[in-house]
Design a protein around this ligand. Structure first.
Ligand code: KPL
Length: 332
């Protein structure tokens, strides 16, 4: 199987390093430094036991340098790069090939399907945890299940997904298949709704969210709203099970810095629109109130907008006096 992985971040790098010994794998990234480092030195993987190994993988930054056609395009980019990744996939995918998104958030599958054709786009979720330590250097931070699902209305994708799942399993990526794509994507969304924005705003690891009643309450409220929206859309998810799952993920990934926190710390645009913002948008469509998710979305957008002015520490001379332009006066 000829696999093209788009996105050379932590997850793209992990899948590439584990799949490349079994089949032909090429990485596509728009980041020249990442591509050059991977082409020159391969992917350096620090495994769960702390041992390192290097896997040779070809990396490209330009679609025209891919001289073959992919049977599978795996999209592992941030949600903000989905449209560009779908356009790249469209030019490099074999006629009978499949694009599989493993991205966070809602809307990726639809956007990819709009470019490559809905019959050629499927989705999955993964609970593998990985951190990008440096260009081409990935730390495998935790094992978790990967689940794949055919897109609604395209059950014939199933046989190809079975072949992909078999390959992933041989690579040590425990993978199964479900027929319920909505429940799959929403139950992953709900985890991200509860954890990502709050950890980014509070600048804490995932585990901190379950250590105070204040955090637990905010997390529960955001998740409860997302469950209201899922119910309004006819997606059957058990409230108790979902709430408990978010709590468990916080516990199991207690030292992890969620991807949105990492984006904020790197001054990057986050996936807020595809996560809490998507809950707000679907809430509007279904007439379901989502005030907590709206506030979280607005706060993250405000964080993004003020990244350059962030105050990290109190200046040694103390707080500077307000200048005339910045001081506020109240006139009666
Ligand atoms: O998917 C994640 C993310 O960081 O995006 C979780 C599950 C919250 C793990 O950190």
């Amino acid at each position: 199987m000829e696999i093209l992985i788009i996105g050379a971040g932590a997850m793209g790098g992990l899948f590439a390093a584990l799949l490349a010994p079994l089949t032909r794998v090429c990485l596509f990234t728009t980041n020249g430094l990442h591509a050059d480092t991977i082409t020159a030195h391969g992917i350096l993987l620090t495994d769960l036991e702390g041992k390192t190994s290097t896997t040779p993988v070809r990396a490209l930054t330009r679609p025209e340098h891919y001289r073959t056609q992919a049977d599978l395009v795996l999209i592992c980019t941030k949600a903000g790069a989905t449209d560009a990744a779908a356009r790249t996939a469209q030019t490099l995918l074999a006629a009978d090939g499949l694009v599989l998104t493993l991205q966070n958030g809602l809307g990726n599958l639809e956007r990819i399907g709009a470019v490559v054709g809905p019959a050629r786009a499927a989705a999955g979720t993964t609970a593998q945890a990985a951190t990008l330590l440096a260009p081409g250097h990935v730390r495998h931070a935790g094992r978790g299940p990967t689940v794949l699902a055919p897109a609604q209305g395209f059950p014939d994708q199933l046989s190809r997904l079975e072949g992909i799942a078999e390959l992933f399993n041989r690579a040590g990526l425990a993978t199964s298949i479900t027929g319920d794509i909505d429940a799959l994507l929403w139950s992953k969304l709900i985890v991200n709704v509860g954890i990502n924005a709050l950890t980014a705003l509070l600048r804490v690891p995932n585990g901190s969210l379950i250590q105070s009643t204040e955090c637990l309450g905010l997390m529960r409220d955001a998740v409860e709203e997302a469950l209201d929206v899922a119910r309004a859309l006819g997606i059957a998810l058990d409230r108790g099970v979902q709430q408990e799952r978010v709590r468990q993920v916080c516990d199991q990934t207690r030292h992890n810095h969620a991807s949105m926190l990492q984006d904020i710390l790197r001054g990057r645009t986050t996936e807020i629109d595809a996560i809490n913002g998507a809950v707000v948008a679907k809430g509007r469509e279904t007439g379901t109130p989502t005030p907590v998710n709206l506030l979280l979305t607005r706060l993250i957008k405000a964080l993004e907008a003020t990244a350059a002015q962030r105050i990290a520490t109190l200046s040694p001379a103390g707080t500077p006096p307000l200048s005339k332009e910045t001081s506020c006066s109240t006139k009666s």
